[in-house]
Write a protein that binds this ligand. Structure first.
Ligand SMILES: *Cc1c(COP(=O)(O)O)cnc(C)c1O
Length: 389
């Protein structure tokens, strides 16, 4: 199955575990615990209960009538924006916190960019009564202050990171550094990135998205698969969840949206798959924005959740093998799409999700085409950016 890496964690040539010796034991015991939990009925039962009664799943699959009319296709929106805490991130945070509990860990660390994963992790820690430390670039602490206040209210300690650009990449560096000197902590990574088994594990915890799409689509259209799936890719977790059960189905076309920033040729971009070359970051091999000396280039996007110089190894593999086609969506295209969805359907999306919506203008559809597009989060956190635009 193409949604699974090989036993060393490789999707094609990407992935793996490039970690310092000190973390080797951690990563090995995490792997063991994850594979055991996946097969364990009591773990599955507790996780399913939380997804249903705490997160509010299944998230609706909504037929967007006016959007469909505009683009001449049958467009369904997978509403991850309606989850508790406002995005898909909670699916993964809860899966990993249950695993942490099972492993007897009491202190949790996490990295965050826009703050959505930080809030989801702080929420899961409050729920389980565990200690929580969130690493966040100082720049992001300042521009996403509402989420910082939420994390603190939930009982988490937010550690502002002052290295580099003081954004997501730097927060992740710091979380890994802390993990190396405190190997007893459990590191909850927020996307399908990091050393094996994280990309596989996070993809698995998000796979509930396509599991639901299958029966919801069958219920509403009499067919369990769409012609086209669309999702935005930062590290790639909401997209992996959306594609998971369809990756081996050749009837389903997969289209990803990455953040073009001001344009792929401007130097101010986060379009990793378009401009990246193979390299290693945060413990895995992927397509990476870097210069000729292998120095990582600072990414830029209007959306703090897509502002990452790498991409999950599975997505680099899908891109390179042609399984997915990938559009680089500019800031302006994403903003236009955000306002369009708001006016056509009464849904204010996160700016990340708006990148997926902008794909609708880039493709031409047949009248019968069945499209499922994941709205990964709600726009509340982005109101300042949307108003100022
Ligand atoms: C974090 C985030 C993303 C990007 O992360 P992925 O792992 O690529 O899904 C996209 N949308 C929202 C709303 C987010 O919070």
């Amino acid at each position: 199955m193409n949604n699974q890496p090989d036993e060393k964690g490789f999707y094609g040539v990407f992935g793996g575990a490039y970690i310092p010796e000190i973390l080797h034991g951690n990563v090995e015991s995490l792997k063991k615990a994850f594979y055991a939990a996946r097969e364990d009925e009591s773990f599955q039962k507790e996780y399913a209960y939380l997804l249903k009664q705490y997160v509010g799943r299944p998230s609706p699959l909504y037929y967007a009538g006016r959007l469909s009319q505009t683009y001449g296709a049958r467009i369904y929106l997978k509403r991850e924006d309606l989850n508790h805490t406002g995005s898909h991130k909670i699916n993964n945070a809860l899966g990993q916190i249950l695993l942490a509990k099972r492993m007897g860990k009491t202190r949790i660390i996490a990295e965050t960019g826009a703050g959505q994963h930080g809030v989801a992790t702080a929420t899961a820690c409050a729920l389980m009564g565990l200690e929580c430390v969130v690493f966040m670039g100082k720049t992001d602490v300042e521009r996403q202050f509402l989420n910082v206040q939420k994390m603190r209210m939930l009982g988490a300690r937010v550690e502002p990171v002052t290295s580099g650009n003081m954004t997501l990449k730097d927060a992740t560096n710091e979380a890994i550094r802390y993990w190396c000197s405190n190997p007893d902590t459990f590191y909850i990574i927020g996307s399908t990135v990091g050393p094996h088994p994280y990309p596989e594990m996070v993809g698995y915890f998000q796979s509930v998205i396509s599991e639901e799409i299958k029966w919801q689509l069958e219920e509403q259209t009499g067919r369990s698969y769409p012609d086209i799936l669309i999702a935005c890719v930062g590290g790639g977790s909401n997209a992996m969840g959306t594609y998971y059960h369809y990756i081996d189905d050749p009837r389903v076309k997969i289209i990803s949206a990455e953040a073009g920033g001001k344009g792929v040729d401007t130097g101010e971009t986060a379009a990793t798959m378009h401009v990246g070359t193979p390299g290693i970051i945060h413990g895995f091999k992927t397509l990476l924005m870097q210069d000729h000396d292998g120095q990582i280039t600072e990414p830029y996007s209007i959306s703090a959740g897509l502002d990452y110089p790498g991409v999950g190894p599975a997505h680099a593999h899908f891109y390179q093998t042609g399984r997915a086609s990938v559009h680089a969506i500019t800031d302006a295209e994403a903003m236009t799409a955000a306002f369009e969805l708001t006016r056509l359907e009464g849904i204010i999306p996160a700016i990340e999700s708006a990148h997926a919506l902008a794909v609708l203008k880039k493709e031409s559809f047949g009248a019968g085409d069945l499209v499922v597009l994941t709205v990964s989060g709600r726009g509340d956190k982005d109101m300042d950016t949307l108003i100022n635009y």
